[in-house]
Design a protein around this ligand. Structure first.
Ligand code: SAM
Length: 494
């Protein structure tokens, strides 16, 4: 086992720990600037996209963890606010300590004892300062008070999948002995104090905490439950914090992936992927995944971008917010889906207007059948959509008709030679067959394999070739969608 840095805080403090840092600089809140490592969970498959975004927006190189779906990057605390503005990250945490090759002991007892001993040896000081600063930033930003009492467990792909009320293509997760996750309050009988610790005098306030263990790997002699319980007990003893499963101030994370052990403190209460959507549907896609798909097709100024099967509008809404020099058309053949999209757009615009920000978004919503789009031939730059997998939406049998029809119609409206499509599906066999029967209208450029609600799916980047579509040209008289009912995003439907 590599030895932790010899920098533990004093135990028994009723505040989070002694103030620290020898830095002479100060951040926006007047505190000292500290250098720390931030960990972020990201949609599996889009780790490189997330690393690119970090480089672009924060200017640092991110490391991609062996444990797929995580990245790590260094920051100074004056950049902490920018970290929360990243579009590709789900949950954020600050790293207390990490071990690439932790040598677990043979027996369960020895391993758990060692985990207990670890709690008092860890370099907590700087990370607790970052946690405090993060809380100040969130209060300034107007986050809900006492928000750590969230229903979902942060920082876990597994828990997101379980707790999200309307997750994309979500299926029951098959539990595996090699992968588990447990949130443990180490001493449940202490959870009797109903007093809201936020309201108590801050200097006398007892910190409430919980430990969440995410474990993956088949060579461990212990479960995540046991690790969280024993490590949590030692953390509690060391800091004299109070364990509380739901109303915690601090969530300590114990991430174990084979030999890699990372201890962190959560900086997000719920996944940032929920940022845009207020009206969820049965297969709403995470905004972070939508962002990854949008980056794949590199939207350019004045591009016309179509999501012809928009569902709740998660993809075009993320596009209209983040790549707002393009124009988006969101369509679906289902009335409820169209209404949800309109409501999501309205709700987002209202939130912006309430904050005094410009609220207009470059997006329109239409009800249409994708197999016969009311759109001029060769008028669209990018098509980006999440196709029915045939699990929660549609059926595998129907896909054999739907996929070829929609690929042909997409090829008709998409500009030959320059047009692109980014299509997400889990029905890989049907999709590949349909593409091969398109007479060379589409060329596969790249595939990103992603995990969508526990399903292994492909995000296909396609290029529209110069080949001429053999379909009869359904040219309408004027405009891009002259004949169909167009839903105004100026008023909301329930
Ligand atoms: C997987 S869902 C899209 C989910 C969406 N990305 C979201 O975040 O909510 C697929 C959508 O395709 C729509 N759909 C299926 N067949 C269609 C067709 N022929 N024309 C238009 N939309 C269709 C369904 O109504 C459904 O909303």
């Amino acid at each position: 086992m590599s030895s932790p840095r010899d920098e533990a805080v004093e135990p028994g403090s009723d505040t989070v720990g002694p103030s620290t840092s020898s830095s002479s600089q100060s951040d926006a809140t007047g505190g000292s600037i500290i250098s720390v490592t931030i960990g972020a969970t990201v949609p599996t498959g889009f780790e490189h996209t997330a690393a690119e975004e970090v480089k672009e927006k924060i200017g640092v190189d991110a490391r991609i963890s062996k444990d797929r779906g995580r990245i790590y990057f260094p920051i100074t605390t004056d950049k902490l606010y920018q970290v929360h503005l990243l579009r590709s990250v789900d949950n954020l945490f600050v790293v207390v300590e990490e071990y690439d090759h932790y040598q677990f002991k043979e027996s369960k007892e020895e391993t758990l004892t060692e985990l207990q001993q670890l709690a008092s040896k860890l370099p907590w000081t700087d990370t607790l300062e970052v946690w405090k600063l993060n809380r100040t930033l969130k209060k300034k930003k107007g986050h809900r008070k006492g928000g750590n009492a969230a229903k979902v467990k942060p920082n876990s792909d597994a828990s997101d999948a379980v707790a999200a009320d309307a997750e994309q293509h979500e299926l029951p997760q098959v539990s595996s002995t090699a992968e588990d996750q447990t949130t443990v309050e180490s001493v449940p009988d202490l959870e009797t104090c109903e007093q809201d610790s936020q309201e108590a005098a801050p200097e006398a306030k007892v910190i409430k905490f919980r430990v969440t263990c995410n474990r993956a790997g088949d060579k461990h002699s212990f479960s995540s439950n046991e690790a969280a319980r024993d490590f949590g007990g030692a953390v509690q003893e060391f800091f004299q914090w109070k364990a509380d499963m739901t109303k915690f101030d601090i969530e300590v994370l114990l991430n174990i992936h084979n030999e890699e052990v990372v201890i962190g403190i959560a900086l997000t209460e719920e996944s940032l992927h929920r940022r845009n959507i207020s009206h969820f549907g049965p297969t709403t896609l995470r905004s972070t995944l939508c962002y990854g798909m949008l980056r794949l097709c590199k939207p350019q100024e004045s591009d016309i971008i179509l999501d012809p099967m928009c569902g709740t509008g998660a993809i075009p809404l993320e596009g209209a917010i983040e790549f707002n020099s393009s124009f988006y058309i969101a369509g679906d053949n289902n009335d409820m889906a169209v209404n949800r999209t309109v409501n999501n757009i309205c709700h987002f615009q209202k939130r912006r207007a309430d904050k005094g920000s410009p609220s207009g978004l470059p997006i329109d919503t239409v009800r249409w059948d994708l197999c016969s789009l009311p759109i001029r031939t060769s008028s669209v730059d990018i098509i980006i959509t999440d196709m029915p997998f045939g699990k929660r939406m549609g059926s595998k049998k129907k896909n054999w008709d739907l996929y070829p029809s929609c690929l042909r119609e997409m090829a008709r409206v998409c500009r030959p030679s320059s047009g692109k499509a980014v299509l997400l599906t889990q029905d890989k066999k049907c999709f590949s067959k349909a593409i091969s029967r398109m007479g060379g209208l589409w060329r596969k450029l790249h595939t990103v394999w992603v995990n969508v609600g526990g399903l292994h799916a492909g995000v296909y980047l396609l290029k529209r070739t110069a080949a001429v579509s053999i379909l009869p040209l359904l040219i309408h008289a004027e405009g891009i969608f002259p004949k169909q009912e167009k839903y105004s995003t100026g008023s909301c439907h329930d």
